[in-house]
Design a protein around this ligand. Structure first.
Ligand SMILES: [Ca+2]
Ligand SMILES: [Ca+2]
Ligand SMILES: [Ca+2]
Length: 497
């Protein structure tokens, strides 16, 4: 198949050359073929935006040479729901993969609902979506969705299953636990590795580099590259063991929040972190930074491979995370709450035409990634997509108007991990000025972000009823928004801008 596709592409290019046309000739479907960019999408696991300062290559190669979104968010700060949003461009209330484990979430929910039949992979892999019928060479390396490689009860059950849309498949099997061995489904064959011989991020880097070098000059590629790092237990290879021995834990003013009398009951029940807890959190933080060094090296290695093969100038590179994590803010560890540090993620984009060394402070969401990739490929995304292409923000002069609100949502299930179960269901509205949360318990939170960016003083009780009713109305529209519903507000409309 691939040989055939490449032959077609080369034949078309030969025709162009013969006719003396340039590959940038406008208004020609054929010309667009040559212009279709590669897309290298790197999705870290539980990376905080603040971690980037310890990744010098990534800073240098993607931040200085690309655009940084300083207010990038996920719309649900939990692994599997966020990954489902990334693959489909939807809010969680529309794909309904609410948690990490079945029956309410995990890989199995995504699979059972048939959501795999339309993802960014199937859109880019379908020749019918391209005038020249040259589809993308699609490859997933690393983590797919939580519980992939586990059975419905959670037992380890490595699988040879490859979802639709993927030409090449190197997926992580099962959870990220402490065994030395780990299994990868390599195109339908289960291959076992030992971490003591090759660390998993290093293996993914090698697989990705080999793919880039082997396929250079062929059809454009879409690579979904998702290392486990820096997710707990934050493994790192021995060569990074000596780093970060004295690096202090970040301590924003919300760290170990002293007065939580303004907070909802689930949070008031948490005691202040003890010095023992802070000390183990510091160890965890340093291990996370060590585990990120392999990711940082991988970024450098892949950009070298793209440069060596002449592909760099036609490759978009996107670096982000499925969610952030708390390291003591508001006494919290883990994720799934709506306060700043967990739904906030880093987002760096480099590529042809993307401004270099530039920041964008507009709200960018994980829902936007799939439509952005589709836009680069020249594919119109399905109507169910809630997000919007970030492409207008990647011009030298971005539009004045952009979304001015979005939704962060949470549901729990009895099967989920205790930190997820501990948080009552909520819907949270974020605008540039306010963070406003409604819990299923009837509790409410309101923070004035300009004065209180770390969300330490809940001012719900003293806010005017007019402000509350405005925020409530916006939240009500967002939590029901849908890309497809004729009778419902589209998410784009509900987000404004
Ligand atoms: Ca995660
Ligand atoms: Ca393909
Ligand atoms: Ca407080």
């Amino acid at each position: 198949m691939k040989v055939h596709k490449r032959f077609v592409l080369f034949a078309l290019l030969a025709v162009f050359t013969g006719l003396g046309l340039t590959t940038s000739a406008p208004h020609s479907g054929l010309a667009q073929t040559a212009a279709k960019p590669n897309i290298l999408f790197i999705l870290a696991d539980d990376l905080r935006a603040s971690d980037l300062k310890y990744m010098p290559r990534t800073q240098n190669l993607l931040n200085d040479r690309g655009t940084e979104f300083t207010k990038a968010w996920v719309t649900r700060s939990l692994c599997c729901p966020s990954r489902a949003s990334t693959l489909r461009g939807q809010y969680t209330h529309n794909h309904r993969v609410w948690v990490n484990v079945p029956p309410s979430g995990g890989f199995w929910k995504f699979y059972d609902r048939g959501l795999e039949s339309s993802t960014i992979a199937t859109w880019l892999d379908d020749p019918d979506n391209f005038a020249d019928r040259v589809d993308y060479d699609t490859i997933l390396i690393g983590k797919y969705l939580n519980r992939y490689g586990l059975n419905r009860a959670g037992g380890y059950a490595p699988t040879t299953y490859v979802p639709p849309g993927w030409d090449h498949w190197h997926a992580w099997e099962g959870d990220y636990y402490s065994a030395d061995t780990y299994d990868i489904n390599q195109n339908g064959r289960i291959v076992r590795y030992r971490r003591s011989q090759i660390h998993d991020t290093d293996l993914h880097a090698r697989t990705a580099e080999n793919f880039i070098r082997r396929t250079a000059g062929g059809a454009p590629f879409f690579m979904h590259l998702s290392p486990n790092a820096p997710h707990s237990p934050s493994y790192y290879p021995r060569r990074h063991a000596g780093m970060f021995k004295n690096t202090p834990l970040p301590r924003p003013s919300s760290f170990n929040e002293h007065d939580v009398s303004d907070k909802p009951r689930w949070l008031r029940r948490k005691s202040k972190l003890s010095s023992g807890q802070i000390s183990s959190m510091t160890t965890y933080y340093r291990n996370r930074l060590r585990s990120l060094q392999s990711v940082d090296e991988m970024v450098g290695r892949l950009i070298d491979a793209l440069r060596d093969t002449g592909e760099l100038s036609r490759t978009h590179i996107v670096f982000t995370s499925d969610n952030g994590i708390y390291l003591g803010e508001h006494r919290l560890q883990n994720k799934a709450a709506g306060y700043n540090a967990a739904p906030r993620v880093p987002l760096l984009i480099r590529g042809p035409g993307v401004p270099e060394g530039v920041n964008r402070s507009q709200m960018a969401l994980n829902n936007d990634l799939a439509p952005t990739f589709a836009s680069w490929a020249g594919v119109r995304p399905p109507r169910f997509v809630d997000g919007r292409s970030l492409r207008p923000l990647l011009n030298a002069s971005p539009p004045k108007r952009w979304r001015n609100a979005f939704l962060v949502e949470h549901r729990r299930s009895p099967e989920e991990y205790s930190y997820v179960r501990a948080i009552p269901a909520y819907n949270s509205l974020r605008t540039s000025r306010y963070s406003y949360t409604e819990y299923a318990t009837g509790e409410r939170e309101l923070y004035r972000l300009e004065r209180d960016p770390y969300e330490r003083h809940n001012v719900y009780k003293s806010a005017s009823s007019r402000l509350i009713s405005n925020l409530h109305a916006r939240l009500a529209a967002l939590k029901r928004c849908s890309g497809t519903g004729q009778t419902r507000t589209s998410c784009e409309e509900a987000e404004g801008g």
